[in-house]
Design a protein around this ligand. Structure first.
Ligand code: PPS
Length: 570
């Protein structure tokens, strides 16, 4: 185990001629559009990252993996690699059938000969693989298993036609055999791999370098760029950060390669799985830290796994994995020495400084200083680009209220005030204007109103995502639809719901467009507040009473709210 066996590892790709023949034959096969996670799994199946698997798990392999962490033949394998499909698709596929596996664009990546088809016991899978009952949806893989994964599993051997195409960071992506060839070429015999799904800061650089020195090995930074924990920093930003850190290692000791793995956040089992995958990539040592691949807190607010569970399980199977575990040393910054030390070797009487992940996110959000002892300025610059301070992020102000309540007028006044301040582009999505340009074919049934509001929500979410300010001013009479729009936008930035609470009596008295009169006369059907419902918001960020208050004052109240939320600076 001290030296890597860098001979090529078996892949599942067929010859070019056979691939061509299968591609033509696939035209007549049932065709499955792979999910994002299945594309990641398939890539590692085909390129040998999941060696010795020859395809998606058969039922016998699955059962034994779930119960005993072993394939049916007894080989160590801790993670089910399953092709989950819909009932409808499964109905048309009998064992023995060949199916074409396509990516999101319809490109055929592989052909699978279905040998097994079964309905899994997902609750048992969750309990055995992730160690938790089916009800703990705080675990991302348990939530995925129940809410996203199809109800039927198909298993069988794979014939690989082509690897999924990546357009980003091509030069940084290596199959196991490409990495093995690289190590052979450089004469690297001992290689320690570092798995990560987070940006690297100084402490990580120190610990990885120290780990490599201790093992007298070269270092492979091997970040996961397939699927990580929901909410993680996106891989585009992370890879730019990693590239900046790579320059900090002594030349020719260290390399970096991106791994298109879909993580499950399964703690101890995941650590063993990571070890096997790294062995397949030719490494000899693997850094396993505290709470390796842990998914955070469960629904009771406790960590899913014990801090050293992953290290214990890895150690137990180290021989079989074929990779030596390197203990992750928790490195801390010692102020007086201006140096990092392992936490248990801090000189007496010295001051230890640290910044937690939560504190780092707060500093980024509020645009506060991130000291150079904590991270490299190049890394901080990349993170700031992706997570600008709140007063530089996009957001949406969503006015809702009856027709004639004053939404559009206040929205226009707000827009002008924000434009006067400058800094971010402002777009107004007014009810009338949207109905002219985006929703001209829609009427006022519940179904059509919902489509209209979701369209507004989608446009506003794109504006918010790209750092702009969206001001929406539709009636939006339904709570559930407003909530759906909120969720859509909060994925990218703040959502401020403003209820313009002018009463129906006041709106009817004003009747600026003469519509209430027509509605009373029955000439306009389904008129909000008269012959159609308006569900009053109960959780709006701001409620504006407009009776006897001028527009300027109303708009100013919104400005004050935005200031209090840190979205604009006074
Ligand atoms: S919704 O419910 O959010 O989809 O409505 P919205 O897109 O904001 O459109 C409201 C404007 O359409 C005019 N209008 C009606 N409103 C309500 N009910 C009915 N049946 C109706 N028919 C036409 C009305 O002018 C609304 O404009 P505002 O600016 O709200 O007064």
């Amino acid at each position: 185990m001290s030296k890597s066996n860098l001979a090529p590892i078996p892949e599942l790709f067929v010859s070019a001629d056979e691939a061509q023949r299968l591609k033509v034959a696939a035209g007549d096969m049932p065709s499955w559009d792979l999910t994002a996670r299945q594309v990641c799994d398939l890539e590692l199946l085909m390129n040998g990252g999941f060696y010795p698997l020859k395809g998606f798990n058969t039922q016998a392999d699955y059962d034994n993996v779930v119960e005993n962490m072993r394939l049916a033949d007894g080989t160590l394998w801790p993670m089910p690699i399953t092709l989950d499909v819909s009932e409808k698709f499964a109905e048309g596929v009998a064992p023995g059938t060949e199916i074409a596996l396509r990516d999101a664009e319809g490109v055929i990546l592989a052909v699978m000969t279905v040998s097994d088809k079964w309905v899994p016991n997902k609750a048992n899978e969750a309990a055995k693989v992730f160690g938790y009952g089916a009800d703990d949806m705080a675990h991302p893989a348990i939530a995925y298993l129940h809410n996203v994964a199809g109800p039927v599993y198909l298993g069988g051997p794979i014939k690989g036609l082509q690897a999924p195409v990546h357009y980003d960071f091509k030069a940084r992506r290596d199959s196991p055999n490409e990495l093995r060839a690289y190590f052979r070429k450089l004469g690297w015999e001992k290689i320690v791999a570092f798995q990560t799904r987070n940006p690297l800061h100084r402490a990580h650089q120190e610990l990885t370098f120290r780990a490599a020195k201790e093992a007298q090995a070269n270092l492979l930074i091997h970040p996961v760029v397939g699927m990580t924990k929901p909410g993680d920093v996106d891989h585009f930003t992370r890879v730019r950060c990693y590239e900046a850190v790579l320059d900090k290692y002594p030349q020719s000791t260290t390399t970096m390669s991106l791994l298109n793995l879909a993580m499950r956040m399964a703690g101890p089992r995941e650590a063993v799985w990571h070890g096997l995958i790294r062995r397949n990539h030719g490494v000899t040592h693997f850094i396993v830290g505290r709470d390796h691949a842990g998914p955070g807190k469960n629904s009771q607010g406790k960590d899913f796994y014990g801090p050293y569970d992953a290290q214990e399980l890895f150690t137990k199977y180290e021989e079989e994995i074929g990779v030596k575990m390197v203990d992750f040393k928790h490195m801390v910054y010692v102020q007086e020495r201006d140096q990092y030390y392992p936490a248990n070797e801090v000189p007496e009487g010295c001051t230890v400084l640290d910044i937690s992940g939560t504190e780092l996110r707060r500093r980024l959000r509020e645009g506060l200083d991130i000291p150079a002892w904590f991270s490299f300025p190049e890394v901080v610059a990349q993170l700031r680009k992706t997570s600008p301070a709140r007063d530089k992020q996009g957001f949406t102000v969503f006015f809702t209220g009856l027709s004639g309540s004053g939404k559009s007028t206040i929205a226009n006044a707000l827009m002008v005030k924000l434009m006067e301040m400058g800094g971010r582009p402002v777009t107004i999505l007014d009810g009338d204007v949207v109905r002219k340009h985006l929703s001209s074919e829609l009427g006022f049934s519940k179904e059509h109103r919902d489509i209209n509001i979701r369209r507004i929500g989608y446009v506003a979410s794109e504006i918010t995502k790209n750092g702009g300010i969206a001001i929406c001013a539709p009636i939006a009479p339904y709570t559930a639809t407003r909530r759906a729009v909120r969720e859509m936008i909060e994925a990218y930035g703040a959502f401020i719901e403003v209820h313009v609470a002018t009463s129906v009596e006041e709106c009817e008295k004003r009747d600026r467009k003469g519509l209430y009169k027509l509605a009373r006369e029955g000439k306009i059907k389904e008129f909000t507040g008269i012959s159609d419902p308006y569900e009053v918001p109960t959780k709006a960020e701001l409620v504006l009473e407009t009776a006897g208050v001028d527009v300027d004052h109303c708009a100013h109240q919104v400005i004050l709210k935005l200031e209090s939320l840190g979205l604009i600076k006074a």
